[in-house]
Design a protein around this ligand. Structure first.
Ligand code: GLA
Length: 664
């Protein structure tokens, strides 16, 4: 995390072991405004011989009392970050990654919660590792019911040599606590990630709505295909076209060419520079896909430098997606790829880069490899974002296999999952939201039947789900009907209208898609004067009871109008009673509700109060129907000036502040 001097302080505790010749520096960073304490560790070899680090955690919390649940986010490729809540009994519960990346399998994040903690109430403690490689999290309950939570580097495949005088850094864990349940904890993490982890200049900017060539064409495209996508994009209101995998070497499938970062001009029908100009000529930005950490055995790079791939000499390498991992712990390997990539990026104005990473690490030939590899990746990214500060970087790893705070330091958005199915996505995005802000989650509308699940959902449902992230499309518009194209135009207008509210507002989970019949979430502006509520029905049932969704984060005593229906509600009514959903006609329907606080009506009400003195009804007034206290308010204005709206809102204010308290 980064912060200015007046935002953070660091406490450094030095522990020394003169006999072993080791010093351990515990660094506690305090960001008071964020309600966050970070901890990282420096291990120094102060002796005269070599030492080996076998295990290194970054943070440790000991709870002397309490009965806890552990919440972790497990998954797999195309179904990342499912929430699992487990009671911590005696013994140790541990999880982590030994895949070289933070992984699809477990996210480097954990919550320790009192057993009765909910979204809205109760104690909970979070730990988030700012690291993109192997990690370990351990929760242990001991014989006298104390609980210890540890987060740090994995000790599997790890054994780090440290020569005399050298220092080893254990990356940082961000710790936070909430006494008011998970929502509050999430808000603390969202703010600290977007304010103090994401360093990109795009972190708080409007992000381009993009269309990606992957699910539109996979490997089967030419330069004209990309230009056609750009033309369609321009006519639909999409800001950017991204040319995904398949533009380099001789790559027409996933068997070859990773490592050969030169443009396949034959396939594109011209130079990259020409293609970029053709795309820009449509008034659309241009983005490109890369996977710099990889090599195929069928590549010039591998033929020249087979030893650059991570392998154990004399053994057959473990292949995954027909590719091997380049040894990014070695500077000469990084330098070669960096030079190749720069030579491509210098060919034209590239607005966006999707950095992919499509396999796990295997053949770990040494105990320092996994750690030094991640530092190598960070070094490469640092050089890339420094050289190209105007390129928006999106992270990716077979979808969301490296969705972590380490990556978010460089790329303010990460492709959340290769699963673009709207219904599965409600779960993936829900789990992701516990630690990571909406602005970090890449989410796209794709074609139906969905390519991963075969499910058919409406364009509206797909749009509403993708709007809970950095929005885009992953389909071929040429295959859409005119009606669908028109709907997309409207969808983009809607997204752009609410984009800053979604990305910069406060995000609330309203239901759990793992338990409830609807998935619902909302964003509330910091001033609490705007709110956007999204709901997706996960299943429909005949003759079902009405379903109400209770909102959160509004001002109880303000009046809000729902933009589309013109209905007015007090914040209290929306939060305590909720909004009724239309009766289900079909499975997977989705709804969006936009609320605006009626500030004009509130101002008017306050004026009336000033003029009329203290407006208060006594119990006698409410009991006595013949009581004749009257105030007549006339509102003037032409047709369409909002008289009716204001009158209805005033009614709500009178009811809420005068009549209801007297009746109670
Ligand atoms: C990964 C990514 C996809 C796509 C393909 C290309 O699976 O997650 O979005 O870029 O690679 O090979």
């Amino acid at each position: 995390m980064w912060a200015s001097d007046d935002e953070a302080q660091t406490l450094e505790i030095v522990l020394g072991d003169d006999i072993a010749g080791v010093e351990v520096h515990l660094l506690y960073g305090v960001l008071e405004a964020c309600d966050v304490i970070t901890r990282s560790v420096l291990i120094k070899n102060t002796g005269s011989g070599n030492i080996t680090i076998e295990k290194a955690h970054a943070a440790c919390l000991d709870m002397v009392y309490g009965d806890y649940d552990v919440i972790r986010f497990y998954g797999k490729h195309a179904m990342e970050r499912n929430l699992e809540r487990t009671h911590l009994g005696h013994g140790t519960l541990s999880f982590g990654s030994r895949r070289g990346t933070s992984s699809h399998q477990y996210n480097p994040a954990v919550i320790l919660a009192q057993r009765d903690t909910t979204e809205n109430a109760g104690d909970c403690y979070g730990m988030l590792f700012v690291y993109s490689g192997n990690f370990s999290c351990e929760a242990e309950k001991d014989q006298i019911n104390q609980t210890r939570l540890l987060m740090g580097l994995s000790d599997e495949l790890f054994s780090y040599p440290l020569a005399a005088g050298e220092t080893f850094t254990v990356p940082e864990v961000i710790m936070s606590y909430s006494a008011d349940g998970f929502s509050q904890l999430s808000h603390q993490y969202h703010t600290c990630i977007s304010e103090h982890v994401c360093r990109s200049r795009f972190a708080h900017e409007v992000r381009p709505v993009l269309i990606n060539s992957w699910e539109a064409a996979y490997f089967d495209f030419t330069g004209d295909t990309i230009v056609d996508l750009a033309k369609e994009a321009a006519s639909l209101g999409i800001d950017m076209v991204v040319m995904d995998d398949g533009w380099f070497g001789k790559r027409d499938d996933d068997n070859s060419s990773l490592g050969d970062w030169f443009v396949n001009e034959k396939k594109l029908g011209g130079t990259l520079s020409e293609l970029i100009d053709r795309v820009h000529a449509q008034g659309v930005k241009f983005g490109i896909w890369i996977e710099p950490e990889m090599v195929n055995e069928d590549s010039n790079l591998y033929r020249e430098h087979p030893d650059w791939a991570i392998q154990i000499p004399g053994k057959l390498p473990v292949r995954s997606r027909n590719q091997l991992l380049l040894d990014f712990s070695r500077k000469e390997v990084r330098d070669n790829i960096f030079d190749q990539i720069c030579a491509v990026f210098d060919q034209g104005k590239i607005d966006y880069v999707k950095w992919d990473m499509n396999r796990s690490m295997a053949d770990v030939y040494a105990g320092n490899l996994a750690y030094d590899y991640v530092l190598g990746v960070y070094d490469f990214m640092e050089r890339l974002v420094t050289r190209y500060p105007d390129i928006l970087l999106e992270g990716c790893s077979g979808g969301g296999g490296r969705f972590d705070a380490g990556m978010l330091y460089y790329s303010p958005q990460i492709w959340c999952s290769d699963n673009t199915d709207a219904i599965n996505r409600t779960r993936i995005q829900y789990g992701t939201s516990f630690f990571y802000p909406v602005s970090s989650m890449g989410a796209h509308v794709s074609a139906v039947p969905n390519h991963q699940t075969g499910r058919v959902t409406s364009l509206k449902t797909r749009g509403i789900t993708a709007m809970a992230g950095t929005f885009g499309y992953e389909l071929n518009p040429a295959l859409l009907s005119d009606e669908e194209k028109e709907e997309i135009r409207e969808q983009i207008k809607t997204f752009k209208k609410y984009e800053m509210l979604i990305n910069e507002g406060t995000y609330w989970r309203l239901t759990s898609p793992f338990e409830d019949e609807v998935a619902a979430w909302m964003s509330v502006s910091r001033a609490k004067d705007r709110a956007l509520v999204s709901v997706v029905r996960l299943y429909a049932e005949a003759n079902a009871a009405a379903c109400y969704v209770k909102l959160k984060g509004l001002e109880s005593d303000a009046v809000y109008i729902e933009e589309n229906t013109g209905r007015q509600y007090t914040g209290a009514a929306l939060m305590n009673a909720g909004i009724p959903l239309p009766f289900a006609v079909k499975e997977y329907e989705a709804y969006q509700f936009s609320f605006i606080r009626l500030d004009e009506a509130k101002k008017l009400y306050d004026e009336i109060k000033k003029v009329c003195g203290n407006l208060k009804l006594s119990e006698a007034d409410t009991a006595d129907s013949s009581s004749d206290k009257r105030i007549v308010i006339s509102i003037y204005g032409g047709s369409g000036s909002g008289k009716t709206t204001i009158a209805a809102a005033l009614q709500q204010y009178f009811f809420l502040r005068i009549i209801q308290p007297a009746m109670c």
